[in-house]
Ligand binder design. Sequence first.
Ligand SMILES: [Zn+2]
Ligand SMILES: [Zn+2]
Length: 647
Amino acid sequence: MNQVTVTLPDGSQRTLPSGSPVRDVAEGISPRLAQAALAAVVDDKLVDLTYPLQRDASVRIVTDKSPEALPLYRHSTAHLLAAAVTNLFPGVQCGVGPAIDEGFYYDFVVPRPFVPEDLEAIEQKMKELASQDLPYERQMWPRDEAKSFFAKRGEPLKVQLIEEKTEGQKEVSCYTIKDKETFIDFCVGPHVPSTGKLKAFKLLTTSNAYWKGDARNQPMQRVYGTAFLSEKDLKAHLTQVEEAKKRDHRKLGRELGLFTFHQWAPGAAFWQDKGTTLYNTLANYMRGVLLPNGYVEVKTPLIFNKALWETSGHWAHYRQNMFQVQGSEGEEMAIKAMNCPGHYLLYGSTVHSYKELPIRFHEQTPLHRNELAGVLSGLTRVRQFAQDDGHCFVMQEQIGDEVERLLKLVQRVYTDLGMTYQPKLGTRPPEFLGEIEKWNQAEAQLKAALDRAGMEYQLNDGDGAFYGPKIDFDVTDAIGRKWQCATIQLDYQMPERFDLKYVGADNAEHRVVVIHRAIFGSFERFIAILIEHYAGAFPLWLAPVQATILPIADRHLQYAAFVRDQLQAAELRVELDDRQEKINYKIREAQLQKIPYMLVVGDREVENSTVSVRERSGGDKGASSIDTFVAAAHDEIARKGQVPVTT
Ligand SMILES: [Zn+2]
Ligand SMILES: [Zn+2]
């Protein structure tokens, strides 16, 4: 019999009969490993434990300690969900069921929307199927047979998936749980070996969905769930989800009067006065960070002729994401979805000497992306937004210094916001543009800059864009969620396409290097993150209303107005609550509005020219002169993120 040789991660080798399932490799190492095995990586490909070894290969056994385990678990749990649903609701049609960042989902065509009681019943059924430890079996079906099987079962969506995903294949993989009567699904796999491996899962919500996320397609019901490798991890996550619900920026945005939406402008926020104050505070803060650091603020057009988008390549690859409009002469135009091409035209509009470099453009004008209606969500996925966008035009040898300067800005901004961050360096991918030497130089400069800035970073080899290496930042919020915000991306391609150059000391023309950079990213999405990070209780420097003055009775109104004028003259954002309500009611409302300070004025305060200071957390700081309060507030504003935030 033919033999195959497998190489294990430690370099040791084993020989097995050709065609042996990869599970046998685990068995050969130890029965304990075989017990813990979930899947395997054979020559960099994640496969089922039943995968037959036909030729020599490198093999790594995947257990719950492996990075592949969690998505594998979650996708396998999605199948378990589909099995439970098809068992409980005969006749439903299955769509797709991928693992996602926080868990998994599965889309179904159902005669009526799911209700919460359905979810309970489905989860119960899933637990039952899990306790029976039923095998996930991979079966290879002739493609036509699989298509007609699913067509006969009334599952045209599966037929469509088979057609799209397996073109040119003779056979397609279908997975059963137990047997094909219990559950069968077309899927490329892989999955855990049996349902008994799945122990910590929970169904969360249902929502409306459309086949392929497109509202013109078949309406579906999406069931969201999550799964973890242990009960403990699942509990921790569910606590986080509960906390996230309380902090949901859509809910808080409404309660705090920050923004609203209207169906006639999907994905475009109406910023109410308080939201506009918050937005402008952040926009001006960013100006205050960038302008003294060598940036100039510019404004470029919102609508460009398609010739620009053809030059940038967006017309060919990104057109469907842009709003297209027609000029008065019938010319085809598109509303900008990013600032980069406008900045290239602006840079290219004059001749630049090496002495001027780096040139740093910053722009905050609105951008539009024609997102599908089905994916729009609060401020995190919108059609209209603005960025703290910037492009630095540098010489190749300036990359390191420029990136170091940028890293310091990122550091400063996130410290001011009291958020931690983790840089990730993405290096040259297998397919790339430009000269390899320049890539190597640039990557060395990026690494050196990260070291000089004292930043520990995660190296994601091959994760750079095809046009240049990049540094992305994951920001961790107050409840431990990670968000990708800041980015620094080198670009060797666009300077070629737009013929961007400078005149060097040698009097000859040279290519510039473009650095795309943003620290917040989109203001809209970043504000959503901040609302949830602070649970709406903004630190003083960001709070739309920093203090509210609460007169106890009408006879204190005149003094209250005097206090308001003093604070406004000191550039504090204040409100005067002159309604004829009980003081305790006013205090409670101010607390719900998460206003940092409440200044109560009554007989004693009028007499002594003071205010009684209360914090939104309920703390009573006692009487203070107006000047003392102003000085303390100014100090707190200046210290930004160094002040612990009370909610
Ligand atoms: Zn699957
Ligand atoms: Zn850009």
